[in-house]
Design a binder for this molecule. Sequence first.
Ligand code: NAD
Length: 267
Amino acid sequence: TTQKLKGQVALVTGASSGIGAGVAKALAAEGAKVVVNYASSLKGAQHTVDEIKAAGGEAIAIKADVSNEAEVLSMFKEMYDTFGTIDILVNNAGLQKDAKFVDMTLDEWNTVLGINLTGQFLCAREAAKEFIRRGVVPERSKAAGKIICMSSVHEIIPWAGHVNYAASKGGVMLLMKSIAQELAQYKIRVNSIAPGAIKTPINNEAWETPEAEKKLLKLIPYNRVGETSDIGAAAVWLASDESDYVHGITLIVDGGMTLYPGFQDNG
Ligand code: NAD
């Protein structure tokens, strides 16, 4: 079988663990050369790189805090020095700093907005500059570039106790759509993925014990917690020419979490 992303360069932010690591491996398996970005865990990033190489792929790790403009610029420079260009950006880096609304500190608010929203702005802006400069390379893709934003079902579902996080993902939704509207003329495709509950370190307390998992499954009609490979498969599709006419959407990958399952037995 031919690889769907052969020869393309992909940057995955926050790829030292969880969904980012899963997406990096999935893109690499389809032939993309992957930049594994990490903020602090070189060990995690190196593990992702090693797994990609063991499977016959190509990858390097680059450190950068996505909320820091100077670090983002130097990450893009290092990527261009190594791989020459970029074809796919997966804006995945994100975190939670949970607190009751009235107890939430400005620092908790700013940290989450800075990484989850401003970080996506900075990386998308740098990628878009290169996509516009270089244009379409027909041997690689029909599009001049693809941007995939990692949103969440919390761009739709309000989340008490996580107001900063939900606000950041709501922001990602209209960041993504507005970029999509503005960049379509350059043949740059921009979309989001909204994962439901995926097994990663960000939410391990929600699924690590059988009792917690049972409670979580009440929110998931399809009755299983998601895996990072579920998101990897969605990212490959959005990055590939198979989705060439898909632009400005949020692909929800949530086992039905957004179907208001509380109404299921309320007939
Ligand atoms: P995770 O904690 O395993 O991974 C988050 C990654 O982001 C880590 O690699 C972390 O190092 C990185 N990161 C944090 N701050 C950073 C910074 N300043 N610069 C660069 N990287 C930074 O969690 P995850 O579940 O894999 O989360 C990945 C993305 O998926 C996040 O945007 C999250 O909001 C989103 N998401 C996750 C779920 C889920 O159920 N796991 C659901 C919806 C959305």
